[in-house]
Write a protein that binds this ligand. Structure first.
Ligand code: F0G
Length: 407
């Protein structure tokens, strides 16, 4: 097994269109430096569960490293639908094994790494990629090395990575600085890179689209939080390839949502120039998408354009409000980056961009338990409804009081 994807021209450059046979560490175009993506000469039929249900359109791996990722619920958000006048579904990606959608990519990326004999895998991360890579690397028996922006990731994620025993390298600066170091290390052959520049990892993430198509017979919009811009690119690729698996050929508009203080792609899209200017000091409460120089910019802008979609940007205030709405009205605790998808939908409804009755899928990317600070914020909004009792009798009295107040 020398090639990761079938055929003599299995990788295509998204910038210049050159084709190459796939090899596990070929990530960018040797001619122009553009991003590469796998192309398939044939499809197949979905079978089994989870990400590997779609194995005919995934990279080949001799050794599959899996934790049953994928097959996440697509749940109608009834209260939000009523409140917003559109039909809203949540794709609960936070229910993946390590609490984020990253597991879909890592099962594929780590399987490729293990199958081709790599001993060390590395990624720069705002936390979720790191936690996911650490977990899958442990199962594969390879060494995970993580680069994170010092002080820049949520505490739950740091604990997760530490508990999994990954090497952690805290780098002064932003995520973008960490990524630069990780990319250079990979080029020097120090480790196998599992950042989303790795086209094989992204292939796992496109299965989100396949699952949506198995659950719904129509979709108007798919709303995705955007950081390094791999996920929106992968999901759109999934919609484009679905018919190769015998799935319906439905092409929703892709909506990418960035946080105002870290929105280079929104700005590039809004200026219509397509030129992406790096944001030097990205800032937002949504630490997972605090990214100023998205590596998959070209793929993401293409996804938005080809699908007739759009980019949006939302403030931290709107993100926090959405976090609270999801908890209060739908019982769902997500991390701030996830809530940007709802914040984007609310904004686009208020601007009249998304019309009445449209069917919208929000990608809810990461679990709320990863970010205890954000949970505290929601708790404050809910008024800290907490009391105590010294005896069981006192507890009963308190319960009577609560019951009397609640009717
Ligand atoms: N939502 C969450 C919870 C994330 O962790 C990320 C990215 C995104 C959305 C955005 O996805 O980068 O593909 O556009 N987290 C990365 C990480 C950067 O290192 O965990 P994207």
């Amino acid at each position: 097994m020398d090639e990761v994807v079938d055929g003599p021209s299995a990788l295509r450059c998204v910038a210049c269109g050159s084709n190459y046979p796939s090899s596990p560490s070929l990530f960018t175009c040797p001619r122009c430096g553009g991003l590469l993506e796998p192309v398939y000469s044939s499809g197949g039929t979905p079978r089994g569960r989870g990400v590997w249900r779609y194995r005919d359109l995934l990279p080949r791996a001799r050794r599959i490293v899996t934790m049953g990722e994928g097959s996440t619920p697509l749940v109608k958000l009834e209260n939000l639908s009523r409140m917003l006048g559109v039909e809203v579904y949540g794709k609960l990606e936070f229910l993946n094994p390590t609490g984020s959608f990253k597991d879909r990519g890592m099962t594929v990326g780590v399987s490729v790494a293990a199958s081709f004999g790599y001993r060390i895998v590395a990624a720069a991360s705002t936390g979720n990629t790191a936690a996911s890579m650490a977990a899958y690397a442990r199962r594969a028996g390879v060494e995970p090395v993580i680069l994170i922006p010092k002080g820049g990731i949520a505490s739950g994620k740091l604990s997760q990575i530490q508990a999994l025993g990954a090497w952690i390298l805290e780098v002064e600066g932003t995520f973008d600085d960490s990524l630069e170091a990780a990319r250079t290390a990979a080029v020097k052959g120090l480790a196998y890179s599992l950042n989303s520049i790795n086209p094989y990892r992204l292939e796992g993430q496109k299965t989100i689209a396949f699952e949506i198509l198995e659950d719904l017979d129509s979709v108007d919009y798919v709303v995705v939080p955007v950081g390094n811009a791999g996920n929106i690119s992968a999901i759109w690729k999934g919609f484009k390839e679905a018919s190769l698996l015998g799935l319906p050929s439905i092409k929703p508009r892709m909506v990418g949502v960035q946080a105002e203080g870290a929105s280079p792609l929104y700005k590039a899209w809004a200026s219509r120039s397509g030129a992406v200017e790096r944001v030097r000091n990205p800032s937002t409460i949504a630490s997972a998408i605090r990214i100023g120089n998205p590596v998959n910019a070209a793929k993401a802008l293409r996804a938005v354009e080809e699908s007739g979609g759009l980019m949006a940007s939302v403030s931290d205030g709107e993100i926090l409000k959405s976090l609270r709405i999801l908890a209060e009205h739908e019982g769902m605790l997500v991390e701030p980056a996830s809530a940007t998808s709802l914040a984007g939908l609310i904004r686009l409804r208020s601007e009249g961009v998304i019309r009445d009755g449209r069917r919208v899928v929000l990608i809810l990317t990461g679990h709320g338990l990863k970010d205890p600070k954000a949970l505290e914020f929601i708790a404050k909004g809910a008024g800290f409804r907490r009391t105590s009792a010294n005896t069981t009798e006192e507890a009963l009295l308190k319960l009577e009081e609560i019951a009397a107040h609640s009717v």
